[in-house]
Design a protein around this ligand. Structure first.
Ligand code: NI
Length: 174
């Protein structure tokens, strides 16, 4: 496994839609495992392939509590089949928007169909943090970030701060 560099916003590569995976083969399995390792090291609870510069419909999530056993999901072509009318607000962050958080409202429960690492079609009913996380990662496959769900004003503040951090880092001596 290998740690992959994570793209930080603002970056046009995070705004592009990802392409479906034709078949989960060894190269996709390697991508899934590398993404999972990258996510754990960050640390984070979800990561989508476009965040590591790969425009494929692949996401990984693990919303297990810190003291519990890891519960990773590796999903290709995830698709929301059903979402609850009940909504839920969670404070969301993103490895591509480090150190920024905002309340985002999304359906509280979702049913997701995806292709697993054995190339088998599976379905998952998710609620709570897992539901939020899966919806957040699927958004990345459409080029959508959590800040796209909040007010223009708040989004502008976060993106300007991130752009400024990038400029400072670019000019800092190493
Ligand atoms: Ni994210």
């Amino acid at each position: 496994m290998a740690e992959l560099p994570i793209i930080v916003a603002p970056d046009p590569r995070l705004a592009r839609p990802a392409k479906p995976v034709a078949k989960v083969d060894d190269s996709i399995r390697k991508l899934m495992n590398d993404m999972l390792e990258t996510m754990y090291l960050a640390p984070g609870i979800g990561l989508a392939a476009p965040q590591v510069g790969v425009l494929k419909r692949v996401i990984v999530v693990d919303c297990a509590k810190a003291d519990d056993k890891p519960k990773p999901y590796k999903m290709a072509n995830p698709e929301i089949l059903w979402q609850s009318e009940d909504m839920m607000v969670q404070s969301e962050g993103c490895l591509s928007l480090p150190e920024h958080y905002a309340d985002v409202e999304r359906p509280a429960e979702v049913r997701v169909r995806y292709v697993d690492e054995q190339n088998e079609i599976r379905e998952l009913h998710a609620k709570g943090l897992l539901a939020t996380c899966i919806q957040h990662e699927i958004d990345h496959l459409e080029g959508v970030l959590f800040v796209d769900h909040i007010s223009t004003l708040k989004r502008g503040i976060i993106l300007r701060k991130l752009a400024k951090t990038k400029r400072l880092n670019a000019s800092a001596p190493v």
